[in-house]
Design a protein around this ligand. Sequence first.
Ligand code: PLP
Length: 368
Amino acid sequence: MTADTDARIARLLHHRKAGLALGEPVTPPISVATTFHLPEAQGAAYYYGRSGQPTWDAVEAQLAILEDAEVVSFPSGMAAITAALVSCLKAGAKVMLPSDGYYVTRLLGRDLLQVYGVEVIQLPTREMETADFTGFQVIYIETPSNPGLDVVDIVTLARKARAAGALLIADNTTMTPLLQRPLDLGADLVVAADTKAPAGHSDALFGHVAGRDANLMARIREWRRQSGSVPGPFEAYLVHRGLETLEVRLTRMCASAATIAGRLAAHRKVKGVRYPGLPGDPSYQAVGGQMVNGGFLIGFELAGEAEAETFLARCPLIEQATSFGGVHTAAERRSRWGDAVADGFIRLSVGVEPVETLWAAIENALPG
Ligand SMILES: *Cc1c(COP(=O)(O)O)cnc(C)c1O
């Protein structure tokens, strides 16, 4: 982590201190109130739970420190993505989405945006750097993409988008603001699923939008109020708690992923290893530049569907589950969801198990 990031992590851990009165709790209370004492209409910090409430504020304050930006929280990553896209687009506008990005974002493009008169163009992540942005209002990127782990250069895309008069929205879920900072690199908005590594324990759905344009962020906040797409206070609390250990977990997860990716790449039963932190990987140029490290996700291929399923069923330290970023190592065969990858392609999300124990379990489970 950089010195700036270290300072942000320390600030995050103590963010409530300055506002605490004598005897108040150090951790934020889970505030479940929907109504607030309001003898007058003006001047209260909160008035109704759909518009704002204290537990959201606690987690948004942490995320704002990490993002160096204004943050609006949402009940899921998809709710955040919807808020960002709806707030930046209207009928007749054109948006570019990654054809190799998160599956449900593409469905949203087809079943919501397109139905409401937005033109949706899909392009593979790797072709976006050379694409023509003329006529687009929004360029939407996911880097590294999920599950293929291809990258685009955010600075280049931000420059091209600005020249074309388009906004650049970056889904930063796979990296988190500790490992990649799209707003610093010129993106207009960051969207993220805090369901993944930030919550980190596979027990809370949550998302956020971050941005530095006050007008745009006001529209996104207003979308939350009008659509009613509001996070629950329990989830806000869990994400607040998760964020306090995010850096510790990521440090272990990313170091283990680098070790395991290297060993998988050298293993005779494994082919097609994708890990941005591996020298020679097509995404390697982004590591040390826009990415702090290669992250905790690995893609690799076994001989076929049967071999991949055998491996997943045999390995005692892999949860067979979709999603990623949790403390438990998890994996699945992505083609079962229709992703354009080989039948034997596995996405592995490395957890916090001690690495040699984890590697031994993985190696023993490789079939054939
Ligand atoms: C999981 C995920 C989402 C959606 O987040 P939810 O909290 O499940 O709605 C969006 N983008 C990416 C890259 C994801 O991995």
